[in-house]
Design a protein. Structure first.
Length: 279
């Protein structure tokens, strides 16, 4: 059995060893923390691009420059091997740490001279199990505007329709919650498709339309016609199994013959109307 003097001598030797190694241990830890901080602070923008590829997202960042925190890139819309379409001009972003009522997060500022009249601000916070994204409202005067032709980069059916016109996105109280059970949308998102035309019809334009998404346990979707010869309407829901949509297309009075071929293509023809079902 160790005596008290033996215990005291062992303790003294441990203290002496710690005193000798302590500065080196702290130095190594300092170097590791410095490398980690540098990697986070100067992480290249291409890491974001690689993340979108890994997630198999329909968006891609082409020729990214700068860092994860402050960079720019060209945005591509793509679907598999069916090609891609580029946003006219670069997307620029600035990410900054932020503190919210629920804890730490990130404030993201997106700029695109081609398509946004003002920066679009997103707020991101959460934990290892869930995350919440909240977007500042996009009002009609400052909505995101992109050419409808970009949709062809998403593949079928857009590459068949070859749409032309302008898409305008607006939001109100938009939130996105991500967790193990899926994705839940909150607030409202509206997409206006204005002065739309298609290669499947000689009539130009065929009309202007609005798609509205309203968040909840299940996201509801409505399609309505703002104006035009091709009348579109319908409702649907987006849930764990994807989109379920039922709608119809009709020709305005006096345009039946002009739009007959298009009505045959976009849905199941029933007399004067064409039924559209998805999901």
């Amino acid at each position: 059995m160790a005596t008290r003097p033996d215990i005291l001598r062992r303790a003294q030797r441990q203290l002496d060893t710690g005193a000798t190694r302590g500065p080196w241990s702290w130095a190594v830890m300092g170097v590791l923390l410095g490398v980690l901080a540098g990697a986070v602070a100067f992480a290249p923008a291409r890491w974001l691009a690689a993340g979108l590829v890994w997630a198999d997202a329909p968006l891609r960042l082409h020729n990214p420059t700068g860092t994860v925190w402050n960079g720019s890139a060209q945005v591509l819309l793509r679907s598999g091997a069916e090609g891609s379409k580029a946003l006219p001009g670069d997307l620029r972003w600035t990410l900054r740490p932020a503190w919210y009522d629920s804890g730490p997060g990130v404030r993201a500022e997106w700029r695109a001279d081609c398509c946004l009249s003002a920066p679009w601000i997103w707020h991101v916070n959460g934990s290892l199990k869930s995350a919440q994204l909240r977007a500042d409202d996009l009002l009609p005067a400052q909505g995101l505007r992109i050419p409808a032709g970009l949709l062809t980069g998403l593949g079928t059916p857009w590459n068949t329709l070859q749409p032309q016109g302008q898409l305008t996105l607006t939001t109100r109280s938009l939130t996105v919650r991500l967790n193990a059970t899926g994705t839940q949308l909150g607030g409202e998102l509206a997409l206006d498709a204005l002065n739309m035309s298609t290669s499947l019809s000689t009539l130009r334009p065929v009309g202007s339309y609005r798609v509205t998404l309203r968040g909840g346990e299940q996201t509801s979707m409505t399609l309505s016609t703002l104006e035009g010869a091709l009348q579109l309407s319908g409702t649907g829901k987006i849930g764990p199994q994807g989109l379920v949509f039922t709608g119809e297309a009709r020709a305005a009075e006096g345009r039946e013959d002009t739009l007959s071929n298009l009505l045959n293509i976009i849905g199941q023809r029933q007399g004067a109307r064409s039924l559209i079902q998805l999901g």
